[in-house]
Write a protein that binds this ligand. Structure first.
Ligand SMILES: O=C(O)CCC(=O)C(=O)O
Length: 253
């Protein structure tokens, strides 16, 4: 596949807005296969995971699971999909760099009690210099205004890193402190169907509403770093330790 030709418009969108939606990027058959593998993963692998790798809105209710971390480490199917040239080559095209694959997460929103995602920039968590990274957000269910689709602040990736502070939302520890009407005026809801893939830059501001509907909202997040970006590993590890200690103290994990 000549990535540059097929995705020229998508790349222009990505560069201008900080995100782009690739409609029907994954076929219905492959989307069904991803669902089958997710069910297998939940049944066979989740019981073996550490508390940091699987998060629940209510840890006594398995139905409320909303996050799986580092799925590529535990399972060959998800690792294979994550390293597939379709994604790696496209990430390289979008970031104008060679790629270091970073990780696979499940982003779920449980029916009725799925929490909002506070406005944030992934780049704040990634601690990269320069902030060259992106996510493919692969919709496994329809995501719309009712069940917490992602909302992007158009063009915000080009306006630098915003101040963040600790949020109380489990799984999303940071929120932008000065998010306001100027942001909301530029906000766009990315309504997607299963098999659609959103590509977003790590500096674009995004958030979701809570899921108060009866509909599940699940997506896989594939994260890729640019090869020329370096991580401040010490700061990142120190931060991760503090965060998990805090959640443990609060009885959340
Ligand atoms: O799915 C969500 O609620 C948020 C996902 C997100 O913040 C991300 O993919 O960077």
């Amino acid at each position: 596949m000549n990535v540059s030709d097929d995705f020229r418009n998508a790349k222009a969108d990505f560069d201008r807005n900080g995100f782009t939606v690739l409609k029907g990027f994954i076929s219905p058959q492959e989307t069904a296969t991803i669902h089958e593998n997710l069910t297998r993963y939940v049944n066979d692998i989740v019981p073996e995971l550490t508390p940091a790798e699987v998060l629940y809105e209510d840890k006594d209710d398995p139905e409320t699971m909303f996050r799986l971390e580092a799925m590529q480490k535990h399972d060959a199917y998800f690792r294979g999909l994550f390293l597939d040239a379709r994604f790696v080559d496209l990430a390289s095209h979008f970031l104008d760099d060679d790629i270091v694959p970073r990780g696979v997460e499940l982003f779920g929103k449980a029916r009725r009690i799925g929490n909002e995602t506070p406005p944030h920039q992934d780049g704040y968590y990634f601690m990269l210099e320069p902030p060259t990274a992106m996510t493919f957000w692969i919709a496994l269910d329809r995501a719309d205004e009712e069940n917490g689709c992602i909302r992007y602040i158009n063009g915000s990736h080009a306006r630098g890193l915003r101040p963040h502070a600790m949020s109380e939302v489990l799984g999303f520890s940071q929120g932008i402190v000065d998010f306001g009407p100027d942001d909301l005026a530029l906000e766009e809801a990315a309504v997607v169907d299963p098999g659609d893939v959103i590509a977003h830059h790590c500096m674009v501001v995004h958030r979701t509403d809570a899921n108060r509907s009866d509909k599940l909202r699940r997506a896989l997040g594939f994260v890729y770093f640019g090869q020329h970006a370096s991580v401040n590993r010490e700061a990142a590890e120190e931060y991760r330790k503090k965060l998990f200690a805090k959640w443990e103290n609060q009885g959340k994990i």
